[in-house]
Design a protein around this ligand. Sequence first.
Ligand code: ADP
Length: 362
Amino acid sequence: MPERPNRGIVVSLKAIPHAPGRSRPIHRETSNFGMTKKRGKHQRGQAAGKVDTKSAATASQAAHEPPSAARWARAAAEIADAVPHDVQAPPARQAAEGIVTIQPGQVCDLSAIDPNADGGLDKEASRQALATERARIQTLQERLYAEHRRSLLVVFQAIDTGGKDGTIRAVLEGVNPQGCRVWSFKVPSAEEADHDVLWRYHARTPGRGMIGVFNRSHYEDVLVVRVKGLVPEETWRERYGLINDFERMLTLSGTTVLKFFLHISKDEQKERLEARIADPEKHWKFDPADLIERKSWDAYQAAFADALTHCSTPQAPWHVVPANRKWFRNLVIARTIADTLEAMDPQFPEAAEGISGMTVPD
Ligand code: ADP
């Protein structure tokens, strides 16, 4: 189905005063893409704690103004003060051994990367090592959540049966569900198709303190859309730049973007499809359309390689994971996520003064 042109007009609200029925104003900030994010309590506290002559002047001025105007002025000042220019994601870390990271400017040649690679690791030992990496992720995720300043977006792309679901299950097991959200992107709904190409993805990027997982992602719009010819070439080509800008904007806003391409062989896909056909309990996973898609294997490989070439940037390079061996795939991805969180070095927020000396009344 060809995409419908987006002819909407965006009006950007800079400040939102008290919503009726709320006890405090909603603090929002605008981003490059005109979207908004809700502020957390720690950021409100930090912003309020600073000596800000602009806010003080606005507040005293506001005292002489009608209540609604004062509220608007105060909200505007607080928002200007709260935009987290200091909160940038750390530069991308090197991935765990065994993963091939596409360097910015490097041409990605998937045929040169062995999907069977296992780094010479032992299967059983790797399963145990996975438990260690999961524990690291869980500990660091708690800190990220408590810190409430930055976030992590983990993007998974793969051909059908590539193992996105299994990876997410294996790697994020035990993570506090309150601090993690997984989004699966399907064929766009009518509402999604009525908006710009990044709209549905941007709306689901992780808020402060959160780990967000994209099971398929904004890359579908240069992958399936290209292979099926849903838009002209000039349109999907233009999207590489849009995607790079989008990810850069996220990084500058405190979101570290980690992208994994699960690389399986055509033979492995055949085996996985056959396994789904053979096992009645896996029939729900089998879509006869996958057999038609399989005919476009080469076109998909070319589309993946181009996307990985054009969208590997210093802040968000692509990581190609040899993914025929699930136990190896799970371990190196979990390790890379743990290493990335460790590099972000999230800190528990400073406690209010005097807490350690407090006593709880009977
Ligand atoms: P999955 O294969 O991820 O487990 P599904 O079997 O429901 O989930 O497949 C989702 C389908 O949605 C895929 O065929 C994918 O190509 C398609 N899809 C995702 N994003 C888009 C998009 N932007 N445009 C067209 N099709 C899309």
